[in-house]
Ligand binder design. Structure first.
Ligand code: NAP
Length: 281
C-alpha cells in the first residue's frame, strides 16, 4: 500500500499533546510510523512516543529549556497547545496563544524544520476573517514586533490588559492566522510549508472549562457547530492537522483551514446569521 501521507520515519513534534486534539494527533502520527516528540505542561503519557518534554508557553525560559531536549532536526511541527482564556488573564492568554508560538517559530523552527518539512498551528474559528484590513490594523504591530519583549510591549500598547482572557483569545488567534499567512513566503524559501487549522467547537477539556464559566452556552455549543453537525470530537481536528502537515498537502502553504462543517461558508453566503456580528466583506 502506498504511504500517501508520508509520515513514516519523520521526526514530528506536537505541543499540547497531553489532551484533546494534540493527543489525538500524536496517536495518529505514531500510527503512521512517525518519530513523535510531545511537549506540554502535564506529562503526555503516550504509548510509542519518542519522548516528552515539559513546556509552559507562558514562559520564554520554559520554551528555551524545552528546545534543549527536542530534536535538532524536525520534519513536521504541530503547535496545538493553547487556552481559551476563561482561566487565564489577558496577558497570559495572549502569551500562551500567540507570543510563545511566534517566539518558537522565529527562534527555533526557522532553523530546525528541514527542507520539505511542514509547520501547522491550531488557531480557532474565533479568528476567521482575520484578513479584514481594520482587524489587521489592530494587531499588525504585535505580529511584526521583533522578539519576545517587543511583542509583549506591543500587546501592552493596545491598552487592553484588563479586557479579560476571552478577548485576548480572539485577538491572539486572529494574529496567529495573520502570522501564518505572512510567514509563508519566508518559509517557502527554505522549502518549508506553514499553515493553520481553525477548529470549530470541539469536545475537549477546553470546552469543559468553558462550560464551567458559561454553563448557559453548553446547549448552544453542543447542538450544532455548522449545518446541523454536533460538536466535533478532538480526533476531527487531529485529522485536519494530519492532512495539512502531510505530503498530501504539498503546495498548500500560508493557508488557514476552517474546520466547521461549513458554518463560515454558510455565513459568508448569507445562509445563516453572522455570529461574530461584523461586516462580511
Ligand atoms: N476545543 C475547542 O472548542 C477549540 C476551538 C477552537 C480552537 N481550539 C484550540 O485548539 C487547541 C487544542 O485545544 P483542545 O481543544 O485540544 O483543548 P485541551 O484538551 O484543553 O488541550 C490544550 C492543550 O494545550 C496545553 N496547554 C495549555 N496551556 C499550556 C501552556 N501554558 N503551555 C503549554 N501547553 C499548554 C495543554 O496541556 P497542559 O495543560 O498539560 O499543559 C493541552 O495539552 C488550542 O490551541 C485551542 O485554543 C479549541
Amino acid at each position: 500500500m502506498k504511504d500517501y501521507l508520508g509520515y513514516a520515519g519523520k521526526v514530528c513534534v506536537v505541543t499540547g499533546a497531553s489532551s484533546g486534539m494534540g493527543r489525538a494527533l500524536a496517536d495518529m502520527l505514531i500510527d503512521c510510523g512517525a518519530e513523535v516528540w510531545t511537549a506540554s505542561r502535564g506529562e503526555a503519557d503516550i504509548s510509542g512516543q519518542a519522548g516528552w518534554v515539559r513546556l509552559d508557553q507562558v514562559s520564554r525560559g520554559s520554551i528555551d529549556e524545552a528546545f534543549t531536549s527536542l530534536p535538532e532536526r524536525i520534519d513536521c511541527f504541530f503547535g496545538v497547545a493553547g487556552v481559551s482564556g476563561v482561566k487565564n488573564d489577558y496577558i497570559d492568554t495572549f502569551t500562551i496563544d500567540f507570543v510563545a508560538n511566534k517566539y518558537l517559530l522565529d527562534t527555533y523552527l526557522a532553523k530546525r524544520v528541514v527542507p520539505g518539512g511542514s509547520i501547522t498551528f491550531v488557531t480557532s474559528t474565533a479568528g476567521v476573517r482575520w484578513a479584514k484590513e481594520e482587524l489587521i490594523d489592530e494587531y499588525r504591530d504585535i505580529v511584526e514586533a521583533d522578539g519576545w519583549d517587543a511583542t509583549i510591549e506591543a500587546i501592552h500598547e493596545l491598552d487592553m490588559d484588563d479586557a479579560g482572557g476571552n478577548m485576548a483569545y480572539m485577538l491572539a488567534k486572529r494574529a496567529m492566522n495573520f502570522l501564518v499567512a505572512s510567514k509563508a513566503a519566508e518559509f517557502a524559501e527554505r522549502d518549508v510549508r506553514i499553515n493553520a487549522v481553525l477548529p470549530c467547537s470541539t469536545g475537549s477539556r477546553f470546552m469543559t472549562e468553558f462550560y464551567e464559566v458559561m454553563p448557559s452556552a453548553k446547549k448552544q455549543f453542543e447542538q450544532s457547530v455548522g449545518n446541523g453537525k454536533p460538536i466535533a470530537d478532538p480526533s476531527v481536528m487531529g485529522k485536519a492537522c494530519l492532512y495539512l502537515g502531510s505530503e498530501l498537502a504539498e503546495y498548500v502553504s500560508g493557508h488557514c483551514l476552517v474546520v466547521d462543517w461549513g458554518l463560515e461558508a454558510a455565513t459568508l453566503s448569507g445562509q445563516v446569521m453572522d455570529m461574530l456580528g461584523m461586516e462580511l466583506t
